[in-house]
Design a protein around this ligand. Structure first.
Ligand code: PAF
Length: 305
């Protein structure tokens, strides 16, 4: 595994790989790698021949008062994870080379940047889109691997790649969870034991919401209200948002759509966590008993007798 900190070295290594005619993957990360990142690296390894992982805690996606300075940076352990996953090249640039003095160009993905995470973290997605576009420009991969855990981020990166005609496939990999349901996050290590237990309310609430909608609930506005109330009832939880939205536009819903997502962001004992579950009514077989009203509201064809 090659470890480099300059864009020129990345370009040289990728050019040499490309001359061999291989398929190149990019897995951008901020380090503090866990099994969720490992699943992205594994997917990249399976689908591509030359895997580039980047480790960079990107300052422009953290707002004032967020946890940029305390974000975990266990670089040696991260390199071990990359090595074990069969990564070919790790790019870990210094902030001064990514954002040299005079840096003035940022990428805005309108609309998707402003809702949910964007509403609570102004400027966050501008920083994400800018760094990912820069990494895509340096590596020029065939495929970009991102996690479904950051649901809004993967939608926004897809939009950016489509809008800017980037010839890259965006592959979103499923969220990896602890056996009790907690979505893996680099921030979980900062949860006190009681708070970790409390944090299970997030995934449990999402599962309930999904079960209700799959069972035929049509009053999505009521589901959203109850989802928030259930989370707020948990001790030491402060909800930023808890909602059901259109899976592609993230518009909040009052009635079902074929493809939805339940999404939540909350502070648990001071640690901000996000989680989501996609809800796809189109995969429900007609014989599953989903009410005709739901099928009609969500635009499904009528159930076959
Ligand atoms: O998901 C993350 O870890 C970051 O937002 C990303 C995509 C690596 C950009 O810094």
């Amino acid at each position: 595994m090659i470890v480099v900190d300059s864009a020129a070295d990345v370009r040289d290594a990728v050019r040499a790989a490309r001359e061999r005619g291989v398929r190149i993957a990019l897995v951008p990360t901020m380090g503090a790698l866990h099994a969720g990142h490992r699943s992205l690296l594994d997917a990249a390894r399976q689908r591509c021949d030359f895997v580039v992982a980047t480790i960079f805690v990107n300052p422009t996606q953290f707002g004032p008062g967020e946890d940029f300075s305390t974000y975990p940076r266990p670089i040696e352990a991260d390199l071990d994870v990359c090595r074990a996953a069969g990564v070919d090249l790790v790019f870990r640039p210094a902030a001064e080379t990514v954002y040299p003095s005079g840096f003035a160009t940022f990428v805005e993905v309108a609309g998707l940047s402003d809702v949910l995470e964007g509403a609570f973290r102004p400027g966050h997605f501008r920083g994400v889109a800018t760094i990912v576009l820069k990494l895509l420009n340096v590596v020029q991969p065939d495929a970009l691997f991102v996690g479904q855990k950051d649901y809004q981020q993967q939608l926004l990166l897809r939009r950016m790649c489509a809008d800017l005609d980037l010839p890259v496939e965006v592959v979103a990999c499923p969220t990896v969870r602890d056996p009790d349901g907690l979505a893996l996050s680099s921030r979980n290590v900062r949860l006190a034991p009681d708070d970790r237990w409390t944090a299970l309310a997030l995934s449990a609430t999402l599962r309930e919401v999904r079960a209700r909608l799959l069972a035929g609930e049509t009053d999505v506005a009521a589901v959203r209200r109850e989802m928030r109330a259930r989370l707020e009832a948990a001790p030491s939880v402060r909800v930023d948002y808890a909602t059901v939205a259109d899976a592609d536009t993230l518009a909040e819903l009052d009635s079902p759509r074929l493809r939805m997502a339940a999404l939540v962001a909350a502070r648990v004992g001071g640690v901000r966590l996000i989680d989501n579950l996609p809800i796809d009514l189109s995969v429900i077989p007609a014989q599953a008993g989903i009410q005709p009203a739901v099928r009609a509201a969500a635009g499904c064809p009528p159930a076959q007798a």
